[in-house]
Ligand binder design. Sequence first.
Ligand SMILES: *Cc1c(COP(=O)(O)O)cnc(C)c1O
Length: 436
Amino acid sequence: MKKTFLTKEQAEAIAREYPTPFYIYDEKGIRENARRVQEAFSWNKGFREYFAVKALPNPAVMQIMKEEGCGFDCASETELILADAVGAKTAEIMFSSNDTPEAEFACANTLGAIINLDDITHIETLRAACEKGGTDASGNRIAPSAFPETICCRYNPGGVFEMANGIMDHPGDSKYGMTKAQLFQAYRRLKELGAKRFGLHAFLASNTVGGDYYPQLAARLFQIAVEIKEQTGIALSFINLSGGVGIPYRPNEQANDILAIGAGVRRQFESILEPTGLQDIAIYTEMGRFMTGPYGALITRVIHEKHIYKEYIGVDACAANLIRPAMYDAYHHITVLGKEEEPADHMYDVVGSLCENNDKFAIDRHLPEIVPGDLLYLHDAGAHSFSMGYNYNGKLWCAELLLKEDGAVSLIRRAQTPNDYFSTLDVLPQFKLTQP
Ligand SMILES: *Cc1c(COP(=O)(O)O)cnc(C)c1O
């Protein structure tokens, strides 16, 4: 059975102050997990986890990550602004973007972020951005800057990425990264341009379980590091294993053991890198889902039941708040708060109010009997959940709350209001319902 970090009584008390739906994150869970990550890689001197900001771009959560020793992985100007706002400095920021606008390179470079180049042509784009400076999205001038001394390249091996238990993903169909030949060319060119510290990055499979992904990815990247040294004379300074460590969304899935994963990477490090004199390479990670996914929940109230050809339970959240089920057919476990011990002897589609039939949090889900007024706890909504929200049908973003270690609850993002939603319509006067 999947555990909740809130009881029904707690959730009802919170809902009296902050109306449903809302996201809530568990500070204690986030901190304990972040400490396990640090411990798992403590054998590596330069280890750093760069929390993938897109997973949960809330400064209160980012502050916790920072306190736990993490940097930030950003992929847009606004994510860079967030990292800067919580006080991340220079090499504490990784800029792993793709299809990157020139001006964003200029922003990242002024912050001193480590730039991870997705494509070989981006070397010249970055060079131009450094020489000319640019204009940020708010219209501010960015001054020219020196070409970065520390730089990273993203690798795409092509074909299929296979591990013992089968095909994990299809890098050959993915838009990211450079070919191996381009990598060697890129490092040579970067060296000519004055770069002094080099890194290698790859992201080959998402939401992996079973613990083999990082060690296998590491083995491949370590071998390439050896080839890079042989062919170009460049000794890499760091290897970025990126994201992709998964979480058990389904109750029958086993959680990844990050200590075992760290030990697995260490074995590859010792067997491949140490004999070649590359033992000073720092390991970086850019996990998002694993860092916060299990420690967030979407709390929504049942407002409606409908009995037609199927049994429907209507809630006050919708796909605009949590798109993963509609977009990826993703499973999010549901607990009916207060009914944890009751038999799951009813079958429901749990739906939101969008005029879209894919607005379903669950289809044919076995749950205890549900009545309007019940609170549902949607599990594992701490990553790629609030942040993927949208405003279709004029649905507004809900609030985000933090359950602090001492049990207090703080509002870390208020819910959107109609005025927020209309705020970009500068051309028109004021929007409100006309009263008769
Ligand atoms: C999305 C992303 C991550 C984080 O992925 P998770 O699966 O959440 O760990 C890390 N790095 C890059 C470049 C990404 O695009």
